[in-house]
Design a protein around this ligand. Structure first.
Ligand SMILES: Cc1cc2nc3c(=O)[nH]c(=O)nc-3n(C[C@H](O)[C@H](O)[C@H](O)COP(=O)(O)OP(=O)(O)OC[C@H]3O[C@@H](n4cnc5c(N)ncnc54)[C@H](O)[C@@H]3O)c2cc1C
Length: 326
C-alpha cells in the first residue's frame, strides 16, 4: 500500500478532503469494537466518494465503506487501508409513471433516488409522507440505504427484503461508474453483489407504488413495534444463520419440519449464553450483545460454542454469517 503517494495525490487534487490517520473504528460501529483504520475519511458527496475510492484503488490501497456501522464487526487489529464513512445523504423523488384517463392522472409507480449514505429511516418517512409504498416495512431499520441494500436488509416478521424495491443503482468498480438494474445485485439471504471487495454502491433508485398514507403508516408502525420488541437497542451486531431451511439440508432428519435455528438454540440451552462480555441475546439469538468490554475474539468463541453444541445435540451444522471489516 502506498499511503504517502495516495495522501499527496488526494491533497493535490481534492484539497477539501480530510483524511485522518489511525482512526479508532469502535466509535463508528454499533458493536463498539474495532482497532484503528490506517486511513479514514468522512464524505458527504458522491463525487468525493468516487474520487477517494478510485485514488485509493489506484494506489493499491484497500477500501471499505461504512454506512451506519450497524451490521459490521470491525477487527481488533483495525483495517489496513482506507475506511470511508458515507455521509452522502441526499434523496428525492425522481419521476412517476401513470396513465391519463378522463383528464385524471392515475399513478402506477414512483421512483425515489437516494444516495447510498442516506439514512434509511429518513427516506422511509419521506416516501410514506408522499403517499408511496414499497419500503414502509423498513421503518425502524438502523443505518443507511447503502448498508441496507448491500446486505439486503429484511423485515423478519413478514420475510420482506429491501432488495425487492430496488429498481436500479449506480456502482463504482475498478472499471469506473456503472448503472445497473436489479438483476445485477443478485439479492440473497443477507447479501448482494455489492459485498464484493471492489464494488461501492453510490446511489439507488427505488420503485414505489401509490398507496393511502394511513395504510402505509399503519404498516410502518407495526414494523417499528415489531423491531422495538424483538431487537436490542445498543452495542449489538446481527448474527445470521444462513441455513434457515434446515429440512432442505437434512431431508432425512427426524427434526420437526418447521425447525428453525431459534428452536435448535433454545433446545441446546444456548439462549443468553455468554463468552466474556459477549452474549447471544436471550430474547432473539439473531443478535449478539456487547455488555461493555466484549471483543471479537469473544464473538468468535461464542460462534464456535453455538456451532459445536448444536452439532453435538442435533447433528446439524449451523452456518453463521457475520459481516466483518477486516
Ligand atoms: C438494533 C438493530 C436492529 C437491526 N434490525 C435489523 C432488521 O430488522 N433487519 C435487518 O436486515 N438488519 C437489521 N439490523 C442490521 C443493520 O442495521 C441493517 O442491516 C442495516 O441495513 C445496515 O446498514 P448500515 O448502514 O449500518 O450498514 P453497515 O453496517 O455500515 O455496513 C454493512 C455492510 O455493507 C457494506 N456497505 C455499506 N454501505 C456500502 C456502500 N455504499 N457500498 C458498498 N458497501 C457498503 C459495509 O462495508 C458492510 O460490509 C439491525 C441492527 C441493529 C443494531
Amino acid at each position: 500500500m502506498n499511503t504517502e503517494q495516495f495522501l499527496q495525490d488526494v491533497q493535490a487534487r481534492y484539497p477539501q478532503a480530510v483524511i485522518k490517520r489511525d482512526e479508532p473504528l469502535h466509535i463508528h460501529t454499533a458493536f463498539k469494537t474495532g482497532g484503528p483504520a490506517v486511513l479514514f475519511a468522512l464524505v458527504d458527496s458522491v463525487d468525493m466518494l468516487s474520487a477517494l475510492v478510485t485514488s485509493a484503488w489506484n494506489s493499491g490501497i484497500r477500501v471499505k465503506v461504512l454506512g451506519g456501522g450497524t451490521n459490521i464487526l470491525a477487527a481488533p487489529l483495525g483495517f489496513d487501508g482506507l475506511v470511508i464513512k458515507n455521509n452522502c445523504r441526499r434523496f428525492e423523488l425522481q419521476g412517476m409513471k401513470g396513465k391519463f384517463t378522463n383528464n385524471q392522472m392515475k399513478l402506477s409507480q414512483a421512483y425515489l433516488y437516494a444516495e447510498s449514505g442516506a439514512i434509511t429511516n429518513q427516506v422511509v418517512r419521506y416516501v410514506i409522507d408522499q403517499g408511496f409504498g414499497g419500503i414502509e416495512f423498513a421503518l425502524g431499520l438502523p443505518g443507511t440505504v447503502g448498508g441496507a441494500v448491500t446486505v439486503n436488509a429484511n423485515y423478519p416478521k413478514e420475510n420482506m427484503r429491501i432488495g425487492r424495491a430496488v429498481y436500479a443503482g449506480k456502482i463504482l468498480t475498478k472499471e469506473g461508474i456503472k448503472d445497473v438494474d436489479n438483476s445485477y445485485f443478485h439479492f440473497g439471504f443477507d447479501e448482494s453483489s455489492v459485498l464484493k471487495e471492489d464494488t461501492v454502491l453510490l446511489s439507488v433508485l427505488f420503485a414505489l407504488y401509490p398507496e393511502e398514507k394511513d395504510k402505509l403508516w399503519a404498516r410502518a408502525e407495526e414494523a417499528v413495534t415489531y423491531r422495538t420488541t424483538t431487537q436490542p437497542k445498543n452495542f449489538t451486531t446481527g448474527m445470521t444463520f444462513r441455513n434457515m431451511t434446515l429440512t432442505n439440508l437434512y431431508p432425512n432428519s427426524s427434526l420437526p419440519r418447521d425447525v428453525t435455528p431459534e428452536f435448535l438454540l433454545e433446545k441446546s440451552g444456548l439462549l443468553g449464553h455468554r463468552v466474556g462480555d459477549v452474549e447471544l441475546w436471550r430474547d432473539n439469538p439473531h443478535y449478539v450483545l456487547n455488555h461493555g468490554s466484549g471483543t471479537n475474539d469473544d464473538v468468535e468463541k461464542l460462534q464456535q460454542v453455538v456451532k459445536e453444541t448444536v452439532f453435538r445435540r442435533f447433528g446439524v451444522q449451523l452456518e453463521i454469517q457475520l459481516h466483518a471489516l477486516v
